[in-house]
Design a protein around this ligand. Structure first.
Ligand code: HEC
Ligand code: HEC
Ligand SMILES: [Ca+2]
Ligand SMILES: [Ca+2]
Ligand SMILES: [Ca+2]
Length: 450
């Protein structure tokens, strides 16, 4: 029987292999065979070793037949084991943690579904759920931005017990000040997670192939990829993280104050504040800890695996059959250059991913810039070394169901969101505004069918 550690690293190897599959030449068959072997070893891991299987290979049915999938359904073609993990994960995603179960000491919400709930579990949320991210900025470069004293991450928790004089949080927003330097802050509005599990199956090479960091083709668009401590970013509004383990452990800690242990050897990292953070540790890929009197970790390995399985296996929004207006809108979407960033389809080892994104960062103009750097972006001769002005191209699948729009929810409608595009997208936005009202309505009809 494999040990915990072996199981977890098998999980990691399998994910890395899966990522390479969509670029392998036909001679890549041996790799497929090793995936099958690893899959078999993982099945052994499932029994009695304390690690829940969250299988991530190509699955039994890499290109599922078209069938009606509702928002919130699992990917078609999951194995019974995968489906069971997904269903246990959904229960945890909706679970409202109590202080006696580890909620806090600092938190914004008591469950994942507090924020990911509209129009159903896994979705987005209204403006009232917005939270702040903030950094202290001494003004000597983004590498020297740091978290507010006492906070484990850039997320500013709204609630929590008084911790230390600098942070008396008695139910009010943490003071976003620093004794010496300016603090830069920005709001975030929740984004849906339907289908995002498929981003893990898009290879680095596929993402990198669309980057044009120096705008070599002079079309005004210079998308570049972001990286975190372990790899090419996919998740988050600045593509600041590489994998779902990170984007599960980080909100657990930073939004809910729930501590967890990483899957040893897995790619996941949680970057937390150095030094004195009362909630968190300074070491990437380490266990998160806090001082709330509830023994750490506050969620078991099995539970963490199930929560990851829920996100990993949530099916993407299903497009509606296009009517004539949507078909005309699709042509315009391409002609306006929208599809240069909102690339309709990326290939993955689990089949085509029709998310309308390149997963790259783009400079979107001063009105949208928040001045905060996340991760380490690809170097570029025309963009600064930080991504304070940049955003990941938002996926557009199901977009009409997830208002409000843009990273802080400032746009109430799709039309407003498009008009607010600046920077690399300004030519596209100006051409959109120059369309006739009927043509604009066609573009919006297209978006409503995704
Ligand atoms: C307080 C609101 C809030 C809570 C609670 C919350 N999220 Fe999120 N979630 C967000 C926001 C806002 C974003 C986008 C953040 C960013 O990229 O900066 C996000 C992004 C994500 C993403 C990335 C999606 C993508 O397209 O890249 C995943 C995955 C995710 N959340 C999972 C979770 C899980 C799992 C939990 C519970 C452990 C959780 N979230 C709890 C607000 C929340
Ligand atoms: C240069 C790349 C680029 C081009 C060109 C572009 N977009 Fe975007 N789009 C983005 C980025 C980046 C965001 C996220 C900005 C933010 O959150 O502040 C976005 C966000 C959106 C949103 C909001 C999605 C959401 O969930 O909040 C819509 C709708 C949208 N774009 C539609 C369009 C349309 C239609 C066009 C063509 C007229 C277009 N975009 C052209 C990069 C681009
Ligand atoms: Ca806790
Ligand atoms: Ca270009
Ligand atoms: Ca604790």
């Amino acid at each position: 029987m494999p040990t915990d550690r072996v199981c977890a690293s098998l999980l990691d190897v399998r994910l890395r292999l899966a990522r390479e599959l969509d670029t392998l030449p036909p001679s890549g068959k041996p790799f497929r065979d090793s995936i099958v072997l690893i899959a078999l070893s993982l099945t052994a891991c499932q029994h009695g070793t304390g690690v829940t299987e969250t299988p991530i290979g190509p699955g039994p049915n890499p290109q599922p037949q078209p069938q009606a999938v509702e928002l919130g359904d699992p990917l078609p073609g999951l194995t019974p084991t995968e489906l069971a993990a997904f269903q246990r994960g959904r229960v945890l995603f909706e679970k409202r943690f109590k202080p006696s179960e580890g909620l806090g000491p600092l938190y914004n919400a008591s469950s994942c579904s507090s924020c990911h709930s509209q129009p159903t579990i896994g979705g987005s949320s209204e403006l009232y759920r917005n939270f702040y991210v903030a950094v202290v900025d001494p003004g000597i470069g983004p590498a020297f931005q740091f978290n507010l004293t006492g906070l484990p991450s850039v997320v500013v928790p709204a609630f929590g017990q008084p911790l230390q004089p600098a942070h008396r949080l008695d139910g009010i927003r943490a003071p976003m000040v620093n004794g010496f330097y300016p603090v830069i802050s920005s709001q975030r509005n929740s984004i849906p997670i339907f289908g995002v599990g498929l981003f893990e199956f898009i290879s680095n090479a596929t993402i990198q192939a669309n980057a044009d960091p120096n705008d070599s083709d002079s079309d005004g668009i210079s998308g570049r990829f972001n990286t975190d401590a372990v790899g090419v970013g996919r998740f988050g509004q600045k593509a600041q993280s590489n994998n779902i383990e990170f984007f599960t452990r980080a909100p657990l800690m930073n939004q809910m104050g729930i501590t967890s242990n990483p899957f040893l050897g897995a790619a996941g990292t949680v970057s937390l504040a150095p030094g004195v953070a009362p909630q968190g540790t300074g070491t990437p890929n380490a266990a998160t800890t806090d001082n709330d009197g509830v023994p750490d970790p506050e969620i078991t390995h099995n539970e963490l695996g199930d929560l990851i399985a829920f996100t990993r296996f949530l099916a993407p929004p299903e497009p509606l059959p296009f009517d004539e207006a949507a078909e005309r809108g699709e042509v315009l979407f391409d002609r306006l250059g929208c599809a240069k960033c909102h690339i309709p389809e990326l290939t993955s080892s689990r089949g085509p991913v029709r998310a309308y994104t390149d997963l790259l960062l783009h400079e979107m103009g001063p009105a949208l810039a928040d001045g905060i750097n996340f991760g380490t972006p690809q170097s570029s001769s025309i963009s600064p070394i930080h991504n304070g002005n940049e955003w990941r191209t938002s996926p557009l699948w199901g977009v009409s169901k997830f208002a409000p729009y843009l990273h802080d929810g400032r746009a109430a409608t799709l039309d407003e969101a498009i008009r607010m595009h600046g920077g690399e997208a300004s030519a596209s936005a100006e051409d959109y505004m120059a369309l006739t009202p009927t043509e604009r309505e066609d573009v919006l009809a297209f978006l409503r069918h995704l």
